[in-house]
Design a protein around this ligand. Structure first.
Ligand SMILES: Nc1nc2c(c(=O)[nH]1)N[C@H]1C(S)=C(S)[C@@H](COP(=O)(O)OP(=O)(O)OC[C@H]3O[C@@H](n4cnc5c(=O)[nH]c(N)nc54)[C@H](O)[C@@H]3O)O[C@H]1N2
Ligand SMILES: Nc1nc2c(c(=O)[nH]1)N[C@H]1C(S)=C(S)[C@@H](COP(=O)(O)OP(=O)(O)OC[C@H]3O[C@@H](n4cnc5c(=O)[nH]c(N)nc54)[C@H](O)[C@@H]3O)O[C@H]1N2
Ligand code: SF4
Ligand SMILES: [Mo]
Length: 763
């Protein structure tokens, strides 16, 4: 078969347009070259801009598809829970066991005793969690979580400030700005869509000034930035508030914008100037907290206020902390008081989800036709989260912004995603809304990816039954009673929608038959549904038919067939999206979707919630696992666990090509290493009261003193003493959550020492 876009064709090689949709903000094109039923190589998108080029992880994907570690057939546990001992069983047996357990547990304890632990492994519309959610909804429901590990602090702050999560400007608009400030944002390594880093490279070439604020000298700081401002983790709110101090005292705020579009500036001013608590939030005040010199803070404040338009990008990493939403709110407010909202080259910092182009088109169409909702009656709606009967009619969660539409689901039947181990261990007696008996685990390496693994082990061990859909024997799958072996992107059809409203879709055409005795999540749910007595509906249709139904409401896909043929569909966009442009042009007819209709510097709804750690204006707050807490005496190092270029969470573990890119290690500054007698490459123990990991040290100046970093995603692997020699960050992190719902993955305190030398101990 010939293909004009390929340079590598031969008669016996067929090219299938497919893609990769792991959860890294990507969704990228892969063109699989198939020979004798096997993928022999991948190309990626070679078409015109915007390119949907796969990253190195996608390009290396053959090593994952053909990994010897793939799960090959259904498994039943024979050893102790978590021991990892299983026997092969038939699909029929596996389906029978799971269906009968589901029925038994439902009859004896009710649907709320079934906990759905779902994750982001597959971002397609059809596979992964989607069929399981549909099946369990029809089965009477389940207990589910609220809160996303990625961004809950940012989301809460966005809702509180703007009443929506649709903030930011489209990527290409970075080329219209004069200054980009990246706070805790590393798009050189982390994918937000395949084009973001290309745009930033172009911005740099254009001479647009870029500043990076991060405790780590990231690849983004190195590649894109003119200035790197190292900062103590968890203290950015103090820096942003001190910037507001400089702007206010220099009278550089955009007063006309503030008067017209915001409420509560005066209350914020009282706090910033110190009239409220006697502490003026000067750059000198912030220097002591952040370790950023007062002069650097003042200069950046002056630069931001005097350069218009400017884009302040308040990233998610610093919001993945114990007081995450305060930082995000402080950033949002700063963009408002400088009037950088709703304008070309500006950036309404917030959730950081520039919805775009795609939505603009849909909205515009809707307005034009004045025909009401996008989903017409004859079309089957997308499966909706709120269809879970266990949540139906439940009153709102106590500290949610329940008066606002959108954002976090307010049902009080739901438990925070980082609090599920307490839910399992304590149940109703502990004040939780359910007593959990079984976990249904799908597309997540739950144990590995959420905080406090040792507590997680205890919780999973206490359950009656666990079923896991997986492709690999992950640390979580080891705890299953039944493991369903699942196929990969390459072995089924799906459609994926990218993050950030990027204007394109990818169609993942099935490239090869399912390997071994694996099935798709959809096929598994189809079989289970029969045994659960669930009537045929969406789930029973063939893949392509379901995909047509699921994509039907997306009017900007002008040709489904073209999307399927090409493996992608790029939506033509008239102009880049700018959040709140309509509000700024005509506020009267387009109020902000907040309760006041304006940008809320002071949020009355938050004030009503009356939570001591949820002030209605953004504040810098310390907490009990911060650098200045009593715990820091025993555990003086702040621990970060960001995402990195080699991995997508824990999904790409068995890929030697990717391991070569960056060996797993704890990053530690030369000063801290010297103090502890640690040399580059030494094996060290990183520990706190929650656990201990053992990994090599990377001694580097790229991280500031007092801070250490272990990139998330390495597989938890306890030795006989319980020391995690896999070096999983979450062995050390705290399973709490901020008042607004942020997971505090970047707010742990630890100590480091050289690992015991086995040779010495044995002698
Ligand atoms: N310490 C620390 N921890 C973190 C973070 C952090 O910054 N620091 N970040 C958090 C964030 S933002 C996120 S989003 C989470 C992600 O955490 P998870 O959602 O758990 O993501 P993965 O670790 O990639 O695990 C996904 C699993 O799904 C499997 N999988 C892939 N495709 C399929 C499929 O089609 N079907 C099925 N059944 N399984 C499939 C993969 O093999 C993999 O084991 O991690 C969080 N954890
Ligand atoms: N390659 C790759 N790309 C990905 C992912 C992946 O796993 N791999 N995951 C995707 C997913 S699901 C998500 S949610 C996003 C996550 O995207 P982010 O949340 O942006 O990613 P992180 O790497 O956790 O954090 C970004 C930066 O914040 C810094 N940081 C941490 N704490 C602080 C702080 O207190 N202050 C400041 N100023 N900086 C701080 C870290 O050092 C890091 O450089 O990435 C997505 N993209
Ligand atoms: S791993 Fe993420 S960025 Fe890389 S190819 Fe896959 S979807 Fe794209
Ligand atoms: Mo995430």
């Amino acid at each position: 078969m010939s293909d004009k876009n390929s340079h590598f064709n031969s008669e016996d090689v067929k090219i299938i347009n497919t893609g990769c949709c792991h959860d890294c903000g990507g969704r990228c094109v892969l063109r699989a070259h198939i020979k004798d039923g096997k993928i022999i190589r991948f190309e990626t998108d070679n078409s015109e801009e915007t390119t949907l080029r796969a990253c190195m992880r996608g390009r290396a994907y053959r090593q994952r598809v053909y990994s010897e570690h793939r799960l090959k057939y259904p498994l039943r546990r024979i050893g102790e829970r978590g021991e990892g001992k299983f026997e092969q069983i038939s699909w029929d047996e596996a389906f029978d066991v799971v269906a009968s357990k589901l029925i038994e547990i439902k009859e004896n304890y009710g649907n709320s005793s079934i906990l759905l632990m779902a994750g982001s492994g597959n971002q397609g519309m059809l596979h992964g969690v989607v069929p399981v959610g549909l099946m369990l909804n029809q089965f009477g429901g389940y207990t589910r979580f609220w809160g996303a590990p990625s961004y809950e602090g940012a989301l809460f702050a966005s809702m509180a400030t703007y009443g929506t999560i649709k903030t930011g400007n489209a990527r290409e608009d970075f080329l219209n700005t004069k200054l980009i400030i990246m706070v805790g944002w590393n798009p050189a390594n982390l994918i937000w869509d395949p084009e973001t880093r290309v745009i930033l490279a172009k911005a740099r070439e254009k001479g647009i000034r870029i500043v990076a604020i991060d405790p780590i000298f990231t690849d983004s700081a190195a590649i894109f930035a003119d200035q790197w401002i190292p900062i103590r983790p968890g203290t950015d709110a103090a820096m942003l508030i001190a910037m507001a101090y400089v702007i206010i005292t220099e009278n550089l705020q955009d007063q006309a914008f503030i008067d017209k579009y915001t409420i509560g500036f005066d209350k914020y001013k009282e706090y910033v100037l110190g009239h409220e608590d006697g502490i003026p939030k000067t750059p000198e005040w912030a220097e002591k907290i952040t370790k950023v010199p007062a002069k650097v803070i003042a200069n950046l404040a002056l630069e931001y206020a005097n350069t218009k338009p400017a884009a302040l990008v308040v990233g998610w990493g610093p919001a993945r902390t114990a007081m995450g939403e305060q930082y995000s709110r402080a950033g949002n407010v700063l963009t408002a008081i400088t009037g950088n909202i709703g304008i070309k080259g500006g950036y309404a910092s917030g959730f950081m989800r520039a919805y775009s182009s795609r939505e603009t088109i849909m909205t515009r169409e809707r307005k034009k036709k004045k025909e009401g909702p996008i989903v017409e009656k004859k079309e089957k709606p997308k499966p909706r989260a709120q269809d879970n009967p266990v949540d139906t009619g439940a009153p709102p969660r106590k500290y949610s912004l329940y008066k606002l539409r959108g954002g976090t689901n307010p049902a009080s039947t739901r438990v925070h995603i980082n609090d599920l181990y307490n839910l399992i261990l304590e149940g109703r007696d502990g004040g939780y809304p359910a007593d959990i008996k079984m976990a249904y685990v799908i597309a997540t390496n739950r144990l590995n990816q959420y905080c406090n693994i040792n507590k997680g082990v205890e919780a999973l061990k206490s359950l009656d039954f666990i079923v896991v859909h997986e492709q690999f024997m992950t640390p979580t799958a080891k705890f299953a009673d039944i493991v369903f072996p699942v196929n990969t992107f390459m072995e089924r059809n799906d459609v994926a929608v990218p993050w950030l409203g990027s204007p394109y879709y990818i169609y993942l055409n099935k490239a090869i038959d399912s390997l071994y005795d694996t099935k798709s999540d959809l096929e598994i749910c189809q079989e289970l549904s029969k045994r659960l007595g669930i009537k045929a509906d969406l789930l029973s249709l063939p893949e392509d038919q379901i995909l047509r139904l699921l994509t039907a409401p997306r009017r900007d896909i002008k040709s489904y067939n073209k999307m399927k043929k090409d493996g992608y569909y790029k939506v033509k966009v008239a102009e880049p999206f700018i959040a709140f442009r309509e509000q700024i042009k005509d506020l009267e007819n387009n109020p902000f979707p907040t309760l006041s209709g304006k940008i809320e510097i002071y949020c009355e709804h938050m004030a009503e919630l009356n939570h001591p750690l949820m002030p209605p204006i953004p504040k810098y707050l310390s907490h009990d696992e911060h650098y200045d807490s009593p715990k820091a005496k025993k555990y003086p190092l702040q621990f970060l666990s960001p995402h990195n270029k080699r991995r997508t969470h824990s999904s790409l573990h068995h890929m030697p090509w990717l391991e070569e890119i960056e060996p797993h290690a704890v990053w530690i500054n030369t000063v801290d290493a010297l103090e502890r007698g640690i040399k580059n490459g030494d094996l060290v123990d990183v520990y706190n009261d929650r656990g201990r990991i053992r990994i090599p040290a990377k001694v580097t100046e790229r991280i500031i003193p007092g801070v250490v970093c272990v990139y998330q995603g390495a597989w938890y692997s306890p030795d006989k003493d319980g020391v995690d020699i896999g070096g999983c960050a979450n062995t050390l992190t705290n399973d709490g959550y901020s008042p607004g719902g942020a997971c505090p993955m970047n707010s742990a305190l630890v100590q480091i020492e050289l690992s015991p030398n086995p040779l010495k101990e044995n002698s």
